[in-house]
Write a protein that binds this ligand. Structure first.
Ligand SMILES: Cc1cc2nc3c(=O)[nH]c(=O)nc-3n(C[C@H](O)[C@H](O)[C@H](O)COP(=O)(O)OP(=O)(O)OC[C@H]3O[C@@H](n4cnc5c(N)ncnc54)[C@H](O)[C@@H]3O)c2cc1C
Length: 291
């Protein structure tokens, strides 16, 4: 065969760095759009924070109903989580400024929800425990074309992917959002296109737009492609099916559910959780990762 790039690695590769736990303070809150709240955290606990790759995420540890916070404790480069597992939610590091000692997280505003409610009302100066970031998967070097798809929960990661993209790659990004007012002014690197997919009245988590968009794509044949996709679990499944049908190998995609419509949100116990790099990840990771 000539002209068709062949996969080199078959196993997913993971970045490696220690997982830490720290208490941070709410420095600022800003509205990115009507449905996206940006919380800037900092304070003395930020010392030593690391952020390396666009889809890095942390676990925010919330108090139990009685107000007690049961944060994990460091165990070398890992964390030892209490049993039963405390209430946590996962959020992407949108921006980390080491000089200013600040880290931003963008929260989708939705009805109900521990994290969404917290982001809208947390007093400036109040504290939250932050576990992570957790090392994400890395893009194999031979993948020179990127496909980035997701709903608004993936927008922080896709924004970072586009902003931090090294030169010389090509690709396409598409973000499913409620409508034009939720579009963000993202940097689009040379060689990339960015598409906004408007739900136009359909509720989040109930739209076929991501799968439909994926099926319009033709992957290049002269380089390997990497597909990253995240969003509501059922809307992401067609993207995974499409990627596999294109011959994208397991090392060349990271596609998973970031949330689930009408999750009952029972907090996982340590028995039901999965240990990855020393962190027991709850249902969200079991949902998201296939590996
Ligand atoms: C690795 C990873 C990174 C993530 N990064 C981000 C991020 O940077 N920003 C972000 O906003 N989200 C992100 N998410 C998704 C976020 O963790 C979930 O949306 C989470 O469920 C929100 O928690 P909550 O406490 O607000 O709502 P929950 O208590 O989990 O859910 C309450 C109700 O709200 C519904 N719900 C949950 N999320 C949404 C939503 N987005 N839209 C509409 N309804 C919803 C649920 O179906 C449920 O009925 C990420 C998820 C993962 C796994």
């Amino acid at each position: 065969m000539t002209g068709i790039a062949q996969p080199v690695r078959t196993k997913p590769q993971w970045a490696e760095f220690p997982i830490r736990i720290r208490e941070l303070q709410v420095l600022r809150r800003a509205l990115v759009t009507d449905s996206m709240v940006r919380i800037t955290l900092g304070g003395p606990g930020i010392v030593g924070f690391e952020s390396h790759l666009p889809d890095e995420h942390v676990k925010l540890v919330f108090p139990d109903p009685d107000g007690t916070t049961r944060a994990p404790v460091p165990d070398g480069d890992r964390l030892d989580w209490p049993n039963p597992f405390p209430p946590t939610r996962e959020y992407t590091v949108r921006r980390y400024d080491a000089d200013a000692g600040e880290v931003d997280f963008d929260f989708v505003v939705h009805r109900g929800g521990l994290a969404s409610t917290w982001a809208q009302g947390a007093p400036i100066g109040s504290s939250i425990w932050v576990a992570g970031p957790r090392p994400p998967r890395t893009v194999p070097e031979e993948c020179r074309h990127l496909v980035l798809l997701g709903d608004e929960t993936a927008l922080p990661a896709i924004g970072r992917w586009l902003e931090e993209m090294p030169a010389g790659l090509s690709g396409v990004a598409a973000v499913e959002i409620a409508g034009a007012s939720e579009e963000q002014n993202l940097r689009v690197p040379e060689g990339f296109t960015l598409h906004w997919l408007h739900r136009d009245g359909a509720p989040a988590g109930h739209s076929p737009l991501l799968g439909e968009f994926a099926r319009t794509l033709t992957l290049p044949t002269n380089v390997r492609s990497y597909v990253w996709a995240a969003g509501e679990a059922s809307t992401i499944k067609p993207v995974r099916r499409w990627a596999r049908a294109q011959g994208v190998t397991a090392a060349e995609y990271d596609i998973g559910g970031y949330w689930k419509v009408e999750s009952t949100r029972a907090e996982p116990t340590s028995v039901g959780a999965k240990v990855v790099n020393g962190v027991r990840h709850g249902w969200a990771h079991l949902l998201r990762r296939e590996h």
